[in-house]
Ligand binder design. Structure first.
Ligand SMILES: Nc1ncnc2c1ncn2[C@@H]1O[C@H](COP(=O)(O)OP(=O)(O)OP(=O)(O)O)[C@@H](O)[C@H]1O
Length: 450
């Protein structure tokens, strides 16, 4: 069985056909959101990008072709598989030319369908030996999206908790893009005082304001034909939001105090750990600006759902820190490795880097131990010398169950088969371990998952 299956948006109006497809895909361990028409599918796509779109061409309120074309830019990193009756083959071929990945002719052969779904999802992963960001399946999936998006000029929005590596992802995107030799300019929208932000981003002419002794180029100008990375974009004050919107729409700007209009040639990549949809909803972020920025959306998963990356990144950080250290540091001892694997990493990769840097600086032997990494508090019980066996087992069980549920999008049937237990056993474990499904804003019962 594949190690990670992914989430499929199934668009099919026929209740019998849709029901049977959803069931077969779920039995194979995929998470399935089933939309019964084009409007429902558009709403589901706006909420969350699936790992694969499987859509019928003929829909009661539109067509799969219109749906795909309307979302083509956002779907740049998502495989698209169309289903059509024989009469729709011409349309399906048009869609392949427009960028869809594959199509199936009805009546469907289940084995064929499942084979193509699996092949398309596998293509979304970067091979482990090529992966730069980390070895886990979720981060290799992110990397595959970045690689595909690197050739496009569309704005890209990076979402993820603090410290997950959004700037690292933006730099990788830039490095993989045809703009790689041009500047990468990073602006932290939250770190610059609001009254300076405009002149920092757009530059100013001499004498534009008190203290403007000379003309200064802003970030938008210095980015030239490279990449302008707007970190913490949710913190932009409203007047700057309006100016950024103009920059993106008109692709031109003026320096503060200047009259000349300058062309904006950079690719825009924005990042935030805030819930931008909620900010739009409560009026703190412009809907039209979000629409402009959110053309390709890439979500960087938190460290707790990709434990395979923890030790890999820790070794990478250790190599860097050890290179700067005067003493010889050889690595982590076994307990330190277990403790890192068990820790929840609320500060994500940044916390990991900080802990490793500090441990390398302070450790008094060649091997880094638990106390060097976690001097401030006891990490989750697993791996600590003083945890009871019962605590260690509960922590390991909790982690395995949480990982399986997360990886299958809380598809309990799929998670149960991954873990090799029955559904009812898994339900009981979820209840006993106090695990709760994260609530996705706007999820409607119609898009229900098993
Ligand atoms: N995949 C990775 N490989 C190597 N280093 C990484 C990786 N991901 C994150 N880091 C490191 O972790 C730290 C945090 O990463 P980064 O600044 O990109 O996170 P961020 O999501 O942009 O954070 P914030 O939301 O606070 O802006 C940096 O030191 C970065 O070098």
């Amino acid at each position: 069985m594949p190690s990670d299956r992914g989430r499929i948006l199934l668009v099919e109006d026929d209740p019998v056909m849709g029901g049977s497809l959803a069931q077969r895909l779920r039995l194979k361990g995929y998470g399935v959101d089933w939309a019964h028409g084009a409007a429902e599918a558009a709403a589901a796509l706006a909420r969350r990008l699936p790992d694969l779109l499987l859509s019928d061409l003929r829909l009661p309120d539109g067509s799969g072709e219109e749906l795909f074309l309307a979302h083509r830019e956002r779907l740049a990193g998502t495989p698209v598989l169309m289903m059509t009756a024989y009469a729709g083959i011409d349309q399906a071929i048009r869609l392949l030319k427009a960028g869809a990945d594959d199509f199936l002719v009805k009546p469907l052969e289940t084995a064929d369908l499942l084979g193509r779904v699996e092949a398309l999802l596998a293509r979304r992963l970067v091979a482990p030996e090529d992966a730069v960001l980390g070895p886990s399946v979720p981060i290799r999936r992110v990397e595959a999206m970045l690689r595909r998006a690197a050739t496009s000029d569309s704005p890209l929005l990076l979402l993820g908790e603090t410290g997950t590596g959004k700037e690292v992802a933006a730099r990788l995107l830039h490095a993989l893009s045809p703009r790689a030799r041009l500047p990468f300019i990073a602006v932290n929208c939250a770190a610059i005082p609001a009254d300076l932000l405009e002149s920092e981003v757009f530059g100013h002419e001499r004498g534009a304001f008190t203290g403007a002794a000379a003309r200064r180029e802003g970030y938008a100008e210095r980015a030239a034909g490279g990449t302008l990375f707007l970190d913490e974009v949710a913190e932009l004050p409203p007047p700057l939001q309006a100016k950024l919107l103009r920059l993106l729409e008109a692709r031109e700007f003026s320096r503060v105090g200047g009259t000349a209009t300058l062309p904006y040639r950079a690719r825009t990549v924005a990042a935030t750990n805030a819930d931008l949809d909620a900010r739009v909803h409560d009026g703190r972020f412009r809907a039209d600006l979000l629409y402009r920025l959110d053309v390709i959306r890439v979500e960087i998963p938190p460290m707790r759902v990709r434990p395979e990356d923890v030790v890999h990144l820790a070794r990478h950080f250790l190599d860097n820190a050890a290179g700067r250290a005067t003493r010889t540091v050889r690595g982590f001892d076994a307990q330190a490795v277990s403790a890192m694997e068990a820790h929840a990493w609320p500060g994500n990769a940044r916390e990991l880097r900080n802990r490793v840097d500090r441990a390398v600086a302070l450790a008094d032997g060649p091997w880094i131990g638990v106390a060097d990494l976690f001097p401030d508090h006891r990490p989750d019980p697993t791996g600590t010398a003083d945890a009871t066996l019962a605590e260690v087992l509960v922590a390991a069980e909790r982690r395995a169950v949480a990982n399986a549920l997360e990886a299958t999008g809380w598809d309990v049937g799929a998670a149960a088969s991954r873990l090799g237990v029955g559904r009812s056993t898994l339900f009981e474990k979820v209840r006993r371990l106090g695990l709760a499904r994260p609530i996705e804003p706007g999820t409607s019962p119609a898009s229900g998952t098993a």
